[in-house]
Design a protein around this ligand. Structure first.
Ligand SMILES: [Fe+2]
Length: 201
């Protein structure tokens, strides 16, 4: 069951992802390059998997067609996390879930962060922040937001993922050593197996 899901996820990213663009490159290129940055940083395999799969929801139309009946959150990172959690567990899903708001955290805490982003990434981030503030209820102040973000046990992993995501979106991962399809498949299967048997990892 999981093996099928993993193969389908990888097919979505590497094959369907070639036809869909994000920030001036294909989703396939962007995700593989983001994973390569994580791999080159000697990140845990769970975080390399998160980097590879973090934008899978951009391709989700095809998956919903297969799975049917999923009650998915429209924000792409939340949707992706909900898809990944049953297969790979929290160490993959939670950094993915938080990588959108990690951008707001970095914008609030690092003076030069926004200036270093590719223009389309900066625009997306600013409109996400605006949407969150208009999203009903009392919006969090910046201080409350930062406090809540850093209290999340997955915050540091989400910030790492966000930085690789940003670098890859700006073309900063071109030339990074990329893994082959079979190496990526092997990595995902290993991460999923250890999520099912956490005590023996
Ligand atoms: Fe991304």
């Amino acid at each position: 069951m999981n093996d099928n899901r993993i193969d389908r996820l990888l097919h979505l990213i590497l094959t369907d992802g070639r036809r869909v663009q994000v920030h001036g490159q294909s989703v396939a290129e962007h995700c593989v390059q983001t994973a390569a940055l994580a791999w080159n940083a000697s990140a845990p395999l769970t975080l390399v998997a998160a980097a590879l799969l973090h934008d899978v929801a951009l391709l989700v139309d095809e998956m919903v067609g297969n799975a049917g009946g999923l009650d998915l959150d429209p924000r792409h990172e939340v949707m992706a996390a909900d898809i990944l959690e049953p297969v790979f567990g929290a160490p993959v899903a939670e950094p993915v879930r938080l990588h959108g708001v990690a951008g707001r955290y970095l914008a609030l805490t690092e003076p030069d962060y926004l200036r270093g982003l590719a223009p389309s990434v900066r625009e997306d981030l600013l409109s996400d922040v605006e949407a969150a503030q208009d999203g009903g209820g009392a919006p969090l102040s910046d201080v409350e937001f930062v406090r809540a973000f850093v209290a999340n046990p997955w915050a540091a992993a989400a910030v790492r993922l966000r930085r690789w995501d940003d670098r890859s979106s700006g073309g900063g991962a071109r030339g990074a050593e990329l893994m082959s399809r079979s190496e990526l498949a092997d990595l995902l299967h290993r991460v999923a197996r250890s999520a099912q048997q956490p005590l023996s990892a």
